[in-house]
Write a protein that binds this ligand. Structure first.
Ligand SMILES: [Zn+2]
Length: 57
């Protein structure tokens, strides 16, 4: 495994942990602006964003 790949994996892991930490919140996976469900893959990739793809633009 290269160092870059390892770093990428660690980055993904920390994002996942961040997402998992927010599962306890009532509004987890719900867009703060339009109140629609945010696709889980977006939540995992962008756990710091409380908005869906449309509202984040
Ligand atoms: Zn939205």
């Amino acid at each position: 495994m290269t160092e870059a790949a390892l770093r990428q994996s660690k980055d993904k892991l920390s994002k996942l942990r961040h997402a998992l930490h927010r599962v306890d919140e009532d509004n987890f996976g719900i867009c703060k602006r339009c109140s629609k469900a945010i696709p889980i893959m977006r939540v995992v990739l962008m756990p710091q964003s409380p908005y869906c793809v449309n509202c984040a633009q």
